[in-house]
Write a protein that binds this ligand. Sequence first.
Ligand code: URA
Length: 196
Amino acid sequence: MFEELEKIKLECQSCNRCPLGKTRTNVVFSAGVPNSDIVLIGEAPGYNEDMTGEPFVGRAGQLLDKILASVGFDRHQNIYICNTIKCRPPENRDPLPEEKMACRNYLDRQLACLRPKIILLCGKVALTSFMETKEGISKLRGRWFNGPFGAKMMPIFHPSYLLRNPSHKEGSPKWLMWQDMKEIKRVYDSIKSDSP
Ligand code: URA
């Protein structure tokens, strides 16, 4: 599994399947633990990620780490993090359909290697990459769907959205995220206690 992931990473590092290959500083392949049961898929690298080659290291990433820590998850111990595309779109715009398509094979191969039990679709770009739906993230977040390789898949809010909506009041996006994280942890724990 590790060798195959390294092979995919190497391919990405010389990838020019879409124009973002010309403008990137670094390919942002993944962070976290390859043999973990949870994969979180974000949108696309931003400035800080492009500079460092690691996903979710800017303000949104710092909030994501706090959210994960609130239920005992840690990117260095029990979660694998990647994005729908591996190179930064200019001005942090959403990835274009053709960019997502060009990059999709890498993501699918990563998931085939990892075969996670839980997939978290973080934000609308990840949501629409895996689910054909007219419903927005606000409607679908917090619900389990069938994902690839038998994974349980849940859409969740993107931390950038939570940065723009800082209220913690009951019913607010942050409060809903907290409910979703507790549900994710509950399912994670039950998977762990079932596995030999
Ligand atoms: N936002 C994302 O969706 N992914 C990153 O890696 C950073 C910010």
